[in-house]
Each structure stands twice: as structure tokens, then as C-alpha cells.
Write a protein that binds this ligand. Structure first.
Ligand code: UGA
Length: 477
């Protein structure tokens, strides 16, 4: 292997493109590879096929300096590279919770027979436990270089919307290696972040691949935990935002990832917890991760809860109502609509008979292709025009900055469901809005099968109490 290895990156989605561009920036020569010729051409022309703040300038500077290029040719990549990063997608298998590894398999099967000289193949895709071991066994058999072709696992933890920062300065770099040259090679590739103090954790490959899915399972659990508490808040009169703030002050818990609201979506957390639970069951330890099904169920209930809030705010039914939707991306800073809670809520409200006008700063084109039945407005004001109720479903900064008085002049009724807790409810109510937010029953909300209770000594404010809860509280007073 040369002193400064030449790198290839297979798969040019958020992960692969960010990885390729960020490795080119400290001076590596990098070749990005994708089976999608249109995508490879767009990237070679300096155009990102998706929205990711800060990535396009990095892409263009790599192309301009001649350190970065894109191809569809596996042969060119095998001839070029000393280290091959595999960053292809591992979506959910249709009709099952398991991961679909077909892209990984076809990348490996296409590349390995072309590897004639010593090289390192590095798995970065998110995969179920056991994947690294299986490919580690196959690589020296499939590659003409034999044992000269090594496998390592180096999972990626970047968040969409923060891909560049998370790639250049991750919280940690995990290198899953077997004995050989892999550790030294990875240390050389990551010399720049390591010099800046990023921790480099060396593990076996089985642990490395598990760190990734375990991290996503933990993050999903944290989000569903606070959302489960939001359900409790709604029947006890507690305030989930205050609760999250107080819990987060405990250094062992921390506030990050404890954001209640509409729950998690996107191309990672939902499918990763399902794939991990499915693999655990295959491995005979399904009981250990049974709770992940509950995490998933809590998360899916959030969407139903927000549809219920929308119905309540619209006066008890959605048929014929005009609903303005702010946000369809699965989170701000991204145009990704994969398993987007916001888009699902918009579509469900539409299916219940409402006329739905949506606006999102980045995800409009993608949403339109999947849900042509929704109306697409050109601005916040356009989505709000004549609305009976507004739904804030993705917490883009420009929505949080919306002026309640200006919007009041546009809507038909001053009613808003703030599913992401992005607004100051007191301010909106001061301006005459019926403001509702999940898990904050201090603002008038109701839950199905609940009744509003107001007893001496129990906080009033339209607190919704289930019968058992009322009896229990009454006994305590
Ligand atoms: C997630 C992980 O955070 C990354 O570490 C990981 O590398 C990535 O998946 C992946 O596997 O590729 P990402 O899907 O980009 O990253 O998004 P997050 O920022 O984690 O948000 C996921 C979802 O959870 C979003 O829908 C977001 O709105 C929601 N969320 C997040 C909450 O509902 N509450 C929170 O407190 C945080």
C-alpha cells in the first residue's frame, strides 16, 4: 500500500458523499462510485442530488483541486484504490423488519473479484450484527489478492443536516479490526481528526458494527421515553417540556435527544431498531431486545396523537376543513422524507377529508412526487391561507420565527398544533390563538377516552384525566 493511500467510496448518498468530500479536503485522492449514472454525473458536475448544508462547497473544492472524482466503474475503482469504503444503503426489507443487505452484497460481489493487490475494504454501512464476520470470511476467498485484501468495520454516526461537521469532527471514531494493517491504515486516514483530539476506539469488527446499531437504538429509546412521558403528562396535567428540562439537568441523563413531540423518522432510526430486533430474534436473543418493539409502537402513536390534536383543533372533524401544514421533512436541515412523521401526518389528515396545503423550505419536490394529492404552497403564508387549523410538524427555524399576528390575518381560524414544541405557546395564546402541543395539557388538549377534570387541589387548565386517574387523585386529596 502507498504511503498516502488512495481512497474509494462506494455509495454516494448522504453518508458516502459527505465521507468522500471530507476525505478529499485534507488532501486524499478520492474516487466516489455509484451504480446510478445520473447521480455520479451530477456529483462530477458539482451538484448535490440532495440537500445537505455545507456539503456542496466541499464537493466543489475537491473537484476543482482534482482530488475528488466520481465514476460508475468498479474496475476503475479497484485499480485506483488502496482503501475501499462501502457506504451503500441498507434499507428495511419490504414486508419484514429485517435489513435489506442486497446493495451491500452486490457492491461486495462486484468489487471483491477485482481486488488484485493488497488493499483494505472498510464497511461503513449500518448493518445487523454478524455481517462483518460473514464478509470478513468471504473477502480473502473472493479477492484475487487473497489474504492481502483485508476487511475492517468503521461505522458512521453522522446526522443528516450536520453531515459535514459530524464527519470532520465526530464524537468518536470506531475502528473494528482484525490483526493486520487495518488499524494503522485507518489511523493514517483519520490523522487530521485524531490530531484534533477525536477519540479513536479500536475494537473487534463485531463490536464496531454493534456500536452503530446500539447507538441508534439508544437514541430512539431516549426519544420514545420522553414521548411516553408526554402521554403520562396529558393525563396528569404535567408539562413534558418542563419535565425534559429537569430530567436533562441530570448529567447522567442529559437533555440532548430528549426532545418530545412527533417522534423520530428518517432513513435510519426506525429501520435500524427494527433490523436490530429482527436480527436479535434470529440469534435467539429476541427477548433481550423485545423492548424495541415498544419503542417503535410509542413512536408510531405520536403520529396518531397529532392527527387527533388536529381533529380536535379543527372542531371535532377534518372533513372539508382547510389545514395548513408547516414542514414535511423528517427533521429540519434536511430534504429527506423517508418515514417522515410530518409527511405521514399531512397525508393522514388529507385522507380524513381535509384540504391540506403544505410548505417546507427543502422537501417540497420530494414530497410532491410521493403525495401529489397534497397542495404545495410557496411560503408559510401560502400554506396558512384560509386555514381552519395550522400544524407545525417540522421545526425549521423560519417556522419558529413566524409572527402570530401576521399569520392571524391569513388564516380562517386562529388554531395551531405545535407538534414539535417550536413556538412559545403563551405568546401565541396572547395573540388569540388556540394553541395545542402534545404532552402540554396546560394548553387545552384532550385525549381519546378521557374527560376533563377540575378538582380542588388538582391543577385545572383543562387537564385531561382518565377515569382511573381521577379516582386515584380524588383518593389522595
Ligand atoms: C441518526 C443518528 O442521530 C446518527 O447518529 C446516525 O449516524 C444516523 O441516524 C444514521 O444511522 O445514519 P438522523 O437520522 O440524521 O441521524 O437524525 P437525528 O438527528 O438522530 O433525528 C432522527 C429523528 O428523531 C428525527 O425525526 C428527529 O426529528 C427526531 N428527534 C430527534 C426527536 O423527535 N427528538 C429528539 O430529541 C431528537
Amino acid at each position: 500500500m502507498t504511503a498516502r493511500p488512495r481512497l474509494t467510496v462506494f455509495g454516494t448518498g448522504y453518508l458516502g458523499t459527505a465521507h468522500a468530500a471530507c476525505l478529499a479536503s485534507p488532501g486524499f485522492e478520492v474516487l466516489g462510485v455509484d451504480v446510478d449514472a445520473a447521480r455520479a454525473r451530477a456529483l462530477q458536475a458539482g451538484t448535490l442530488p440532495f440537500y445537505e448544508p455545507g456539503l456542496e462547497p466541499l464537493l466543489r473544492s475537491g473537484l476543482r483541486d482534482g482530488r475528488l472524482a466520481f465514476t460508475t466503474s468498479y474496475r476503475a475503482a479497484a485499480d485506483f484504490g488502496d482503501v475501499h469504503f462501502i457506504c451503500v444503503g441498507t434499507p428495511q426489507r419490504p414486508g419484514s423488519g429485517g435489513a435489506d443487505l442486497s446493495q451491500f452484497e452486490s457492491c461486495f460481489a462486484g468489487l471483491a473479484p477485482l481486488l488484485r493487490r493488497p488493499c483494505l475494504v472498510v464497511g461503513k454501512s449500518t448493518v445487523p450484527p454478524g455481517t462483518a464476520a460473514a464478509y470478513g470470511r468471504r473477502l480473502p476467498e473472493a479477492a484475487p489478492a487473497g489474504p492481502g485484501a483485508e476487511l475492517a468495520w468503521n461505522p458512521e454516526f453522522l446526522r443528516e443536516g450536520h453531515a459535514v461537521a459530524d464527519t470532520l469532527r465526530p464524537d468518536r471514531i470506531v475502528a473494528g479490526v482484525w490483526p493486520g494493517r487495518a488499524e494503522a491504515t485507518l489511523r493514517a486516514i483519520y490523522a487530521e481528526p485524531l490530531a484534533a483530539g477525536v477519540p479513536f476506539l479500536v475494537t473487534d469488527p463485531a463490536t464496531a458494527e454493534l456500536v452503530k446499531v446500539a447507538a441508534n437504538a439508544f437514541l430512539a429509546t431516549k426519544i420514545s421515553f420522553i414521548n411516553a412521558m408526554a402521554e403520562v403528562c396529558e393525563v396528569t396535567g404535567a408539562d413534558v417540556l418542563a419535565l425534559a428540562g429537569a430530567l436533562g439537568r441530570d448529567r447522567r441523563i442529559g437533555r440532548a435527544g430528549l426532545g418530545p413531540g412527533l417522534g423520530f423518522g428518517g432513513g435510519c432510526l426506525p429501520k435500524d431498531i427494527r433490523a436490530l430486533a429482527a436480527r436479535a430474534a434470529e440469534l435467539g436473543v429476541g427477548d433481550a431486545l423485545e423492548f424495541l418493539h415498544e419503542i417503535d409502537a410509542i413512536n408510531r402513536r405520536r403520529r396518531t396523537r397529532v392527527v387527533d390534536l388536529a381533529r380536535d383543533a379543527a372542531g371535532g372533524h377534518l372533513e372539508g376543513r382547510r389545514v395548513g401544514v408547516l414542514g414535511v421533512a423528517f427533521k429540519p436541515g434536511s430534504d429527506d422524507i423517508r418515514d417522515s412523521p410530518a409527511l405521514e401526518v399531512a397525508a393522514r389528515v388529507r385522507a380524513l377529508g381535509a384540504r391540506v396545503a403544505v410548505f417546507d423550505p427543502a422537501a417540497m419536490d420530494r414530497a410532491r412526487r410521493v403525495h401529489p394529492e397534497l397542495e404545495y404552497a410557496g411560503s408559510v403564508l401560502g400554506a396558512a391561507r384560509d386555514a381552519d387549523v395550522l400544524l407545525l410538524l417540522t421545526e425549521w427555524a423560519e417556522f419558529a420565527a413566524a409572527d402570530p399576528e401576521v399569520l392571524a390575518k391569513t388564516v380562517a381560524r386562529r388554531a395551531i398544533v405545535d407538534a414539535r414544541h417550536a413556538l412559545d405557546g403563551d405568546v401565541w395564546r396572547t395573540h388569540g390563538w388556540d394553541y395545542r402541543a402534545p404532552g402540554r395539557p396546560g394548553h387545552p388538549v384532550s385525549v381519546p377516552g378521557a374527560r376533563t377534570g377540575h378538582m380542588a387541589g388538582v391543577p385545572a387548565l383543562g387537564v385531561a384525566l382518565r377515569d382511573a386517574e381521577v379516582a386515584c387523585l380524588a383518593a389522595a386529596i
